[in-house]
Ligand binder design. Structure first.
Ligand SMILES: [Zn+2]
Length: 78
């Protein structure tokens, strides 16, 4: 995996399980640091892009590859 494409709204899985028991995180911020929220306990953390890339095991669902699931946060008002 070279440059990881990450977008706000993506759901990612890390290599390590969160102490709360959760595995998946929702991306809430991208930039120099990546902000993610645990989908299980709602804890929010910031990771440097570099560390984030090493920690991610896989992207569970991308915000960009749209689909049927109703997991999308409703942020369409401008
Ligand atoms: Zn958690």
């Amino acid at each position: 995996m070279k440059s990881l494409e990450i977008h706000v709204g993506d759901i990612v899985q890390f290599r390590k399980q969160h102490p709360c028991g959760g595995w998946t995180w929702r991306v809430v911020r991208t930039g120099a640091d990546i902000g993610v929220v645990c989908t299980t306990c709602q804890r929010r953390i910031l990771l440097p892009r570099d560390k984030f890339r090493r920690s991610v095991k896989k992207i569970v669902s991308g915000a960009s590859d749209v689909s049927a699931d109703a997991e999308t946060p409703g942020m369409s008002s401008s």
